[in-house]
Design a protein around this ligand. Structure first.
Ligand code: NI
Length: 387
């Protein structure tokens, strides 16, 4: 591991920021205290601070002569989870928790900002992007809509996420789709209620809804090329109140995941066809609403090549997987990658016993990887913006 010496010297300070943010988690668009810390620290490093994009977003601009511009991004939000840990830095906000390690992402980018502001071994402009609301609310999309890349133009953009289950400080990336597109849907089936003992007076929406659940699965198993991938999951079904009444209506909700934009575009009309066709076959009616949430996180090849080279310098070639398997989780950094070429990658948060997955109430970010991420961001800048 080749950690920059100066960054190793403030490992303790990065850990203090991380524990402080962990103890005071704030969920989507409420990251007031966290963004105050970020703005205060960036200001102290001598970095120009811009606030207010997407409510709590912070952008730090560090310019050193003329040259290219780069965006480095960290997410700041926590999750509505009740923390099960009992260490000193556990959440002080009941029902909120940094269970995805965004406290660590924020601290490692602050560490890189401190080092880069001190040393300035680059020519060009760095935009340190601290975004709110990664979890489900698309804070990155909101920052872009409010002019992120118009006000702070970036020629390339980079982000990282910790990954439990992978060895501490290892790097994992791939060109193309790394994470899936994430959409949600709702279906309301309307039939005709009746006495459950006299079903011939009804159009039973419970039966129709169950046919629809089965029918939707045939889209991914029978209509999609087996070498492509997509998931359709119905996750909620609500209907009826008692055992002897056939209800009028059944409501369902679920999510889809996919990688290729053309597969994603194909899912909604395919689902609509199955929902309408099945409802009609049984004499019921159905309403289908499909909401596009996050696009697939698609890495660009040139920037992924650069990221792989820097990762190998930091962690050693044997600890970098440049062709990691994509994951069905989603990430709103995808919106940034739609606008600006770049690379998103995973840094191993630790494997083996006790390696707890993100979004679990016992999860914690591994402070050992703070200087790894900060060194990666810093070397990236010193390479892409070489003086
Ligand atoms: Ni996350």
């Amino acid at each position: 591991m080749s950690i920059i010496n100066r960054i190793a010297e403030f490992h303790e300070q990065m850990t203090e920021w991380r524990h402080d943010i962990h103890a005071h988690p704030e969920i989507a668009f409420e990251e007031q205290r966290t963004s105050d810390i970020v703005a205060r620290e960036l200001g102290q490093f001598g970095i120009e601070v811009h606030r207010g994009l997407a409510k709590t977003g912070v952008v730090g601009v560090l310019k050193n002569g003329d040259g290219p511009s780069i965006g480095l991004r960290a997410d700041m939000d926590a999750l509505p989870i009740h923390e099960a840990n009992d260490f000193d830095h556990r959440s002080k906000h009941d029902g909120k928790m940094h269970a995805c390690g965004h406290d660590g992402h924020t601290s490692m980018l602050l560490g890189a900002a401190k080092y880069l502001a001190e040393t300035r071994q680059f020519k060009g402009t760095i935009n340190f992007i601290f975004q709110p609301a990664e979890e489900g609310e698309g804070g990155a999309r909101v920052m872009i809509e409010e002019g992120l890349f118009d006000k702070f133009p970036c020629q390339s953009v980079y982000g990282v996420h910790n990954m439990p289950g992978k060895d501490t400080g290892t790097f994992h990336m791939r060109t193309g789709a790394l994470m899936a597109a994430y959409d949600t849907f709702e279906i309301t089936v309307t039939g005709r209620g009746s006495h459950a003992a006299m079903p011939h007076h009804s159009i039973d929406p419970v039966v129709v809804a169950s046919k629809i659940v089965g029918g939707l699965q045939s889209i991914t198993s029978r209509n999609l090329d087996p070498l492509e991938s997509a998931v359709i999951s119905v996750t909620q079904i609500h209907g009826g109140d008692t055992n002897n009444v056939i209800p009028n209506r059944v409501w369902m909700e679920g999510t889809t995941r996919s990688f290729k934009p053309e597969v994603r575009d194909w899912l909604a009309p395919s689902m609509q066809r199955v929902v309408d066709g099945i409802a009609q076959a049984y004499g019921a009616s159905a309403e289908f609403d499909y909401l596009r949430r996050y696009p697939s996180t698609i890495n660009h090849s040139t920037e992924t090549g650069i990221a792989a080279k820097i990762a190998a310098e930091v962690a050693g070639e044997a600890r970098v997987d440049i062709n990691t398997a994509p994951v069905m989780g989603a990430e709103d950094f995808s919106f940034m990658l739609e606008k600006v070429p770049g690379c998103y990658l995973f840094i191993g948060n630790g494997a083996g016993e006790g390696a707890c997955m993100v979004h679990n109430p016992s999860y914690d970010f591994n402070d050992e990887i703070l200087p790894v991420g900060a060194t990666y961001f810093s070397r990236l800048v010193e390479t892409v913006l070489a003086a």
